[in-house]
Design a protein around this ligand. Structure first.
Ligand SMILES: Cc1cc2nc3c(=O)[nH]c(=O)nc-3n(C[C@H](O)[C@H](O)[C@H](O)COP(=O)(O)O)c2cc1C
Length: 174
């Protein structure tokens, strides 16, 4: 549970290299996520090419974590594996995979940042071109990874006013 509260968005990294073994462990955690009808339609593209980082930063100003990232992983869906084509479950499946990856990296002492690709058309087009995605492979998010330069305070965003009992508006008084 500590890992959940320790995870923060890290936008600056040291120049330490994140190894392929570490990346593999992070992707393994991603693949352990739940998915609708166990579709597991995810595809992971490990990116080390700085030109791809630069391409993404040219369409997205809040992707500057890529300036110092050791690696990035583009999480995509293979739409041909959808069990209910066109229903969009892949977005939830791939999001669950990304969150698992962030948590695993945190537990390994690494920093990460989830950068949104879907549904921004320019970011989608950029990553499709940069990573040569074939038709039917849809990018959802890009995760930068590196060793963080400082410790971050754990988060506590518990807000009782966001919780109701049985019906919207009925306070859940715990
Ligand atoms: C779907 C999604 C897309 C995000 N995209 C970006 C992004 O493009 N750039 C960025 O700097 N942070 C991005 N974030 C990170 C959020 O800004 C961050 O999670 C939020 O501010 C809370 O901070 P914390 O992660 O440190 O708890 C994204 C988060 C999510 C869930």
């Amino acid at each position: 549970m500590d890992t959940i509260f320790k995870r923060r968005s890290v936008r600056k990294y040291t120049d330490a290299v994140v190894s392929d073994e570490q990346i593999k462990q992070i992707i393994k955690a991603g693949m352990a996520a739940p998915s609708a009808k166990n579709s597991q339609e995810w595809i992971f593209i490990v990116i080390r090419d700085k030109e791809i980082y630069n391409a993404f930063m040219s369409v997205h100003p809040n992707a500057f974590s890529l300036n110092t990232a050791s690696a990035a992983i583009l999480v995509c869906a293979d739409l041909s594996k959808e069990k209910e084509p066109g229903q969009g479950w892949w977005i939830q499946d791939c999001s669950a995979a990304i969150e698992n990856m962030l948590l695993e990296a945190t537990s390994m002492g690494l920093g990460t940042l989830w950068m949104g690709v879907h549904p921004k058309e320019d970011r989608i087009a950029c990553m499709k071109a940069a990573c040569k995605l074939p038709e039917g492979i849809e990018p959802l998010g890009l995760v930068s990874i590196g060793e963080q330069t400082k410790e971050y305070a754990p988060i506590d965003r518990y807000m009782e006013e966001h919780i109701y009992l049985d019906a919207y508006g009925t306070k859940w008084d715990k």
